[in-house]
Design a protein around this ligand. Structure first.
Ligand code: PMP
Length: 428
């Protein structure tokens, strides 16, 4: 049982000593003191089904015993030296990680967060291409560093400071609200137009999540990436896939989200699920692109430390051994089926979307106007918490439920989640 200070005291300390910008979900903030696989426990020992996985980070389960044990063992052996000495953990990890990528994506850099990974990817694209301009999608989220905040296209996260540069935001190929429905090739024409009108003709690269996460689990319209990758490469740029949320089997059908659109990027960035909660992130690229960083020294103190690498290796093993990708497909399909049935029953649901365990439910005031049902979303979210389900929320207007649980979710959990959802929606 939990033996720390009471929740009220923790909350008071947080308000006094932590950033005033910290936000919390729920009117009465929830305190979590333990996690076990797909479940979280509050300070009173009450159990919740975790449908958001620490914002899509706990990939294989809270405190998965194999990850815990790998981290414990390595912690007792060697915690830190940096890459100025050789160590087996980082090299074996780089091999094991790149073994899981297609094509010539064979060189890995380890960093500590998704923002760092994306900053690095952008720098490599600029160095490699000799161009500045980077194309990104509206409604994307790529991080909070100065560079990645500039790439991010969500006013909620854009502070009024100089940020990024040379970023061109193109039309978001959103099949639900976009003008061209699910026709990716039509949205791609905007990329051609932006390259020819807003840039000197050459671009450094194009970056996109393969299903937008923070933006509300928005998939890219069919055929979008193949068309855009061709245009970007013609303009001398590199194609960057941000797999921070979509990698490691989450979409069920493939290990990486980009494979769902049958493309192979030049750079892949990873964070969150790669470490199951450890501060670990990576950039993987080809030997040819990686060569640009040899122009200078490049260094990261904590990147690739043996403890995080041991944990990351354990995550890879667990994804294989526990059949994580197949489970994401099976349970994800069941959830999709149940959520579509809820859509038939509840008019407030405008759209059910996503793949595997990367799902979204967009709430609307009416289906014709698609006006966001923001208050209703907040109300259902509160009710779900009372019923023992912690769900995620997203979208610029806070009207999309994000269902992205640890990928060990069972079919029984999925049934429980949808029954609770049904009840909460019925009470609106
Ligand atoms: N890319 C995507 C797709 C993300 O969802 C996030 C985090 N929400 C980031 C990058 C940034 O990661 P971090 O918070 O680790 O910097």
């Amino acid at each position: 049982p939990y033996e720390g200070p009471p929740k009220e005291e923790v909350y008071a300390l947080r308000k006094k000593f932590l950033s005033p910008a910290l936000f919390h979900h729920f009117k009465d903030p929830i305190m979590i003191t333990e996690g076990k696989m797909q479940y979280l426990f509050d300070e009173r020992g009450r159990r919740y089904l975790d449908a958001f996985a620490g914002i899509v980070t706990v990939s294989v389960g809270h405190c998965h015993p194999k990850v815990v044990s790998a981290v414990q063992q390595q912690s007792a052996l060697l915690q830190h030296t940096t890459t100025i000495y050789l160590n087996n953990q980082i090299t074996e990890y780089a091999k094991e990680l790149t073994d899981r990528l297609p094509g010539n994506l064979k060189v890995a850099y380890f960093v500590n967060s998704g923002s760092e990974a994306n900053d690095m990817a952008l720098m490599m694209a600029r160095l490699y291409s000799g161009n500045y301009d980077v194309l990104a999608l509206r409604n994307c989220y790529h991080g909070m560093s100065e560079g990645t905040m500039g790439v991010t296209a969500h006013s909620t996260w854009k502070f009024n400071v100089p940020q990024g540069f040379g970023i061109r935001h193109v039309l978001n190929p959103n099949p639900y609200t976009g003008n061209f429905g699910n026709d990716g090739a039509k949205y791609a024409e905007d990329v051609r137009d932006v390259i020819s009108t807003c840039t000197p003709g050459g671009v450094a690269g194009f970056i996109a999540e393969t299903i937008q996460g923070v933006g509300g689990s928005v998939p890219l319209a069919d055929g979008y990436l193949p068309a855009v990758y061709d245009m970007v490469r013609e303009a001398g740029g590199l194609c960057i896939a941000d797999e921070v949320q979509t990698g490691f089997g989450r979409t069920g059908t493939n290990y990486w989200g980009f494979q769902n659109q049958a493309v192979v990027p030049d750079i892949v960035t990873m964070a969150k699920g790669i470490g199951n909660g450890l501060p670990l992130a990576a950039v993987v690229t080809t030997p040819e692109v990686a060569q640009v960083l040899a122009q200078r020294l490049h260094f990261n103190t904590y990147g690739g430390n043996p403890v995080c690498c041991a944990g990351g290796r354990a995550v890879l093993r667990v994804v294989d051994e526990d059949g994580i990708q197949a489970n994401a497909a099976k349970v994800g399909n069941l959830l999709l089926e149940r959520l579509h049935a809820l859509k038939e029953k509840h008019d407030v649901i405008g759209d059910v979307r996503g793949q595997g365990l990367m799902l979204g439910v967009e709430m609307v005031k009416d289906r014709a106007s698609k006006q966001p049902a923001t208050a209703e979303t907040a109300q259902v979210m509160e009710r779900l918490r009372e019923l023992g389900v912690l769900i995620g929320k997203g979208g610029l207007r806070g009207n999309v439920f994000r269902i992205k649980p640890p990928m060990c979710l069972t079919t029984a959990d999925a049934e429980f989640l949808t029954e609770a959802f049904d009840l909460a929606l019925s009470e609106l």
